[in-house]
Design a binder for this molecule. Sequence first.
Ligand code: ZN
Length: 228
Amino acid sequence: MTADDSNKMQAEKIAETITNAVMEHRIAPGSKLSESRMAEAFKVSRTKIRQALTMLAESGLVRLLPNRGAFIASPTVQEAREVFALRRILEPEIIRGVISQAKKSDIKQLKEHLKAEKDARAASNRRTIIRLSGDFHLLLASICGNRYIEKMMAELCPLTCLVIALYDVPQTPACPEDEHDKIVAAIEAGDDAKGVELMLHHLTHIENALNLDGGFDDDQVDWDMVLG
Ligand SMILES: [Zn+2]
């Protein structure tokens, strides 16, 4: 491994840590990411931090603003709807791929994941529940056998977490309780139609639980009301 390679690896690791923090709602949408503070926290050079931020910007998780620095993205209502629209296109294909590709070990892994979700719920560990909810969809994507879909899902899941963090109605679970179990049961039964139907229902359920009718977009602000 050359010095350049190890540099790249570390930036990837930093990007991954930030992505996980977003998935667990430990970093709020819109947060400013200070290069110097990050360099201190991660004990790396600012150059490496900049590399990580560039990677995150490419995946849409971070916005780089000239003269202002880096910020965690803060998806608008329109962007939130677009994320769900794309997931509704991709995830039926994922289900079909998983049913045709899944080995016994994959099914076993899916069931272990369901068990982990159940344990996190029993312990009311909200951060873990949120992360595992996203991980379930990433796990399916990793099994489906289409690397491009997997790559897109790796971008869409953290964005979905940001959307949930922004537009969540308090007490709404990340993914409604037993819906993942039902999806795995359909996969195990090899029932494409049922699996796809359940997944679409699941995504619509999550989207409908969010408060996307509120006025979070700039162009929806009622300025007369603001200025009184
Ligand atoms: Zn889910």
